[in-house]
Design a protein around this ligand. Structure first.
Ligand SMILES: Cc1cc2nc3c(=O)[nH]c(=O)nc-3n(C[C@H](O)[C@H](O)[C@H](O)COP(=O)(O)OP(=O)(O)OC[C@H]3O[C@@H](n4cnc5c(N)ncnc54)[C@H](O)[C@@H]3O)c2cc1C
Length: 401
């Protein structure tokens, strides 16, 4: 039997993350809405990240033997949901990536590499991480194209040069944390004449490496506290020792590291919950025809639907998180994509319902529902589109007994 009761430790983690979201992250959002200077906000956002690091959030999933806390993906999704209640962009881009990307070192299966980098990443500094995968001149969805024709897929090239690689290529305008990251996980092909799946490798590139250029910041419709920009790699010289796993193993390494996607899904559960709690508070306060809005059945049913969908999405995310800890391949192939799909759908639907419940105020800039809608829509495209996620599940469709 599956027991979904949270342990005392998990409840304590949840409280810590909830308090942190309220006291540290939420004020950034209200200050942005009141017109705080973007540069000042950027600086304060990084300060908030550092304080979260000090609380141990980003060391959570690093095994104890490397100086981490040895927590599970399940522990992480509990935190991620709470942090996203403060702001989804801070939760997803800063904390989720920093907490889950180190998993790539574990799936790379190289003990010396894991010991070296995980001990470093678990250190007190707390590092901001970025993944440079998608490229500007091909569809982002082509990233893991199954077609064996070498002409498909990313074009960034890593040429072996003694005990180094020389990397050249362009990464899309959506590289999260470009410009603020301490380390970039760069995906490149070591042989452009080989099928994509067999030629991808991942390299860890420190921020000050010559040849790493950051482009203009990309403004999104939501996720206003995050940073995205194009990254150009020009004769970037990277030690071969910074390659994760064997040459060409990049795709396989990703295919066993589900925590990033599952953690992201948890962030959308947090957003769906924010929309629900925001609308609930409004409906309890505002009155129509002598009654609170919630006493009108049409409004109450919308709130009930929000609560039901939220609970369903959270259970899917927890199921994926449990699989991530016990059966990472299933978590990567089906449970993770399913969890992100339902979590984003729920965030979009709940933001929409909250906007309706607030009536005219729902469409003002002063209230938060418009921001919630925009934040939720970002989920359609980040970390693979909704359609691509569902298509990725198709090969695994089978009767479920
Ligand atoms: C907020 C945000 C953060 C991001 N962060 C990063 C990051 O840190 N690192 C990184 O590398 N990338 C990042 N991305 C890029 C992201 O991975 C891509 O945007 C995503 O994969 C979609 O690619 P695209 O935008 O080029 O859309 P396209 O691939 O051009 O897709 C356009 C439309 O066509 C559909 N489509 C495309 N191909 C197919 C197909 N073969 N079959 C069926 N339908 C198809 C899609 O579903 C979509 O509806 C980020 C994006 C966003 C929005």
């Amino acid at each position: 039997m599956v027991d979904l009761t949270l342990s005392e430790e998990q409840l304590a983690l949840q409280r810590t993350a909830r308090d942190f979201a309220r006291s540290e992250i939420a004020p950034l959002v209200s200050d942005r809405k009141s017109g705080a200077a973007p540069a000042d906000l950027d600086k304060r956002t990084l300060g908030v990240f550092r304080r979260g690091v000090a609380l141990g959030f980003t060391r959570l999933m690093i095994p104890e033997q490397y100086g981490g806390l040895g927590g599970s993906c399940m522990d992480h999704v509990i935190i991620a949901e709470e942090l996203a209640m403060g702001d989804i962009s801070v939760a997803a881009d800063l904390f989720n990536l920093a907490t889950t990307m180190p998993q790539l070192f574990l799936t790379a299966g190289d003990e010396a590499l894991a010991a070296r980098w995980l001990s470093h990443l678990a250190g007190d500094g707390g590092y901001i991480l970025a993944g440079c995968l998608s490229e500007p001149n091909i569809a982002g969805s082509e990233l893991f194209c199954p077609d064996p024709d070498p002409k498909f897929g990313i074009r960034t090239h890593a040429q072996r040069d003694g005990d180094h690689y020389i990397i050249n290529g362009n990464k899309s305008a959506f590289i999260t944390n470009a410009g603020v990251a301490d380390y970039y996980f760069v995906m490149a092909r070591t042989d452009l004449n080989q099928a994509l799946r067999e030629s991808i490798s991942i390299f860890l590139v420190p921020r000050d490496t010559p040849g790493l250029h950051i482009g203009k910041r990309t403004e999104l419709i939501g996720w206003h506290l995050s940073r995205h920009a194009e990254v150009t790699l020009e004769n970037l010289r990277v030690p071969a020792a910074n390659r994760l796993g064997a040459e060409g193993a990049g795709g396989a390494i990703f295919a066993q590291a589900p925590a990033m996607a599952v953690g992201l899904a948890a962030c959308f559960v947090g957003l769906a919950r924010s929309a629900y709690e925001y609308a609930l508070a409004y409906a309890q306060e505002r009155r129509s025809c002598g009654k609170a809005l919630i006493e009108h059945q049409a409004v109450a049913l919308k709130l009930a639907d929000m609560a039901v969908d939220l609970q369903a999405a959270r259970l899917m995310v927890w199921d994926a998180a449990l699989a991530s800890d016990s059966d990472p391949v299933t978590a990567c192939t089906t449970k993770g994509p399913a969890a992100k799909t339902i979590a984003v759908d729920t965030a979009i639907r709940n933001a929409q319902r909250a906007t309706e419940i607030l009536g005219a105020y729902g469409v003002t800039a002063e209230y938060s529902t418009g921001d919630m809608l925009n934040d939720a829509w970002v989920g359609y495209a980040c970390d693979f589109t909704r359609d691509m996620l569902r298509l990725s599940i198709v090969p695994f469709l089978a009767p479920q007994n």
